[in-house]
Design a protein around this ligand. Structure first.
Ligand code: UT7
Length: 317
């Protein structure tokens, strides 16, 4: 597999920490010190499917492929206004593609899971170009009265077009059922037969548990993929990590003992945009001419589940 195009799209509304101070018992100083986040983009008038389609079209343009040349769409999404059909079906129609689509919900780790699916489909099926779109609106999942969680997230879409190639050097996925660390439940439609109580509400998160799990599992994943690829931490040019909290990124940096310049960050401007974090950051780097052919990238993410994933990818675009 190799990546031949990237794209992203973000809502227009910038929500600064100062704006959160208007309705939450918080401060810019607390948020910046504990998370590194200064502002985030939040959906106001946009629809997620439009952001997702824009990101997809930008990635296709970057890759130089037309809608007819896309053989499969993998869409990573946790929630959107449609329960069904899957967001991938809607994106397919909006971008004018005709191929099959598949939605996955692996929370913030979705892009790495999608890369793994794409790798095996390209190897085993008669497919040339696969479009991966990660589109998330965590702002619609939050309890905006819970200052420990709602300050962390933003909305965005990130996309990549991948084709046959040998740039994926190692990949590792994991899931450890730990629902209580981070979950959201919703009430479904009532039925005449229902006898149980159901709960509703925003995301419930144990931030400290997630923090510890994020650091320990990312370190393990990174160690494993480096071993699988037969290289060391020094051989990695850029660590493209899930953008959740700059302190998590610093803890990982400390473990691999690499220079800070190898850890690009955009969470200061966008917060945690779930599975869109890594592809949108890749797109920022790609469009900012920060990626050189032949560079080795290590991608690593974690999220609700608890899911984790990491891979080593040569950049050859
Ligand atoms: O994709 C995965 C998504 N989730 C994550 O990545 C979450 C990972 N965890 C974290 O990023 C951090 O644990 C948080 C940023 C959520 C919290 O940071 P922390 O350093 O672990 O703080 P804490 O939970 O230990 O809370 C410290 C204090 C508490 O007050 P007391 O009990 O010491 O009086 C909190 O009530 O900070 C308080 N606090 C806040 N204060 C001002 C929590 N949130 C806020 C806030 N503003 N927004």
């Amino acid at each position: 597999m190799r990546i031949i195009g990237t794209g992203s799209a973000r809502p227009s509304l910038v929500v600064t920490n100062a704006m959160l101070e208007n309705f939450l018992d918080t401060s810019d100083e607390w948020i910046v010190t504990r998370t590194g986040i200064h502002e985030r983009r939040v959906i106001s008038s946009e629809n997620l499917e439009d952001l997702a389609s824009t990101a997809a079209l930008r990635a296709m343009e970057d890759a130089g492929v037309t809608p007819e040349q896309i053989d499969f769409i993998i869409c990573s999404n946790v929630v959107n206004e449609y329960v069904t059909p899957g967001l991938g079906c809607i994106i397919q129609g909006k971008i004018g593609a005709t191929c099959p689509t598949m939605d996955i919900n692996c929370a913030c780790t979705g892009f790495i899971y999608a890369l793994d699916i794409a790798e095996s489909y390209l190897a085993t099926k008669d497919m040339k170009n696969i479009l991966i779109v990660c589109a998330e609106e965590p702002s619609r999942m939050m309890n905006w009265k819970d200052r420990s969680s709602c300050i962390l997230f933003g909305d965005a879409a990130g996309a990549a077009v991948v084709t046959k190639g040998d740039d994926l050097k190692a990949i590792r996925l994991s899931t450890h059922c730990k629902v209580e660390a981070l979950y959201q439940k919703r009430k479904l439609q009532p039925t005449p037969f229902l006898t149980k109580e159901e709960s509703d509400g925003g995301v419930v998160m144990n931030g400290q548990d997630v923090f510890k799990l994020a650091v320990s599992s990312s370190i393990k994943d990174i160690d494993k993929v480096l071993g699988m690829a037969g290289i060391t931490a020094d051989d990695i040019d850029l660590y493209v990590l899930h953008q959740a909290n700059v302190r998590i990124i610093e803890a990982i940096q400390h473990f691999v003992k690499q220079d800070r310049s190898k850890f690009p960050v955009n969470l200061n401007k966008y917060g945690n945009v779930s599975s869109a974090s890594i592809p949108a950051l890749l797109d920022d780097l790609n469009r900012g001419n920060k990626l050189r052919t032949g560079e080795m990238l290590l991608l690593s993410a974690f999220g609700a589940g608890f899911t984790t994933g990491a891979c080593i990818l040569r950049w050859s675009k």
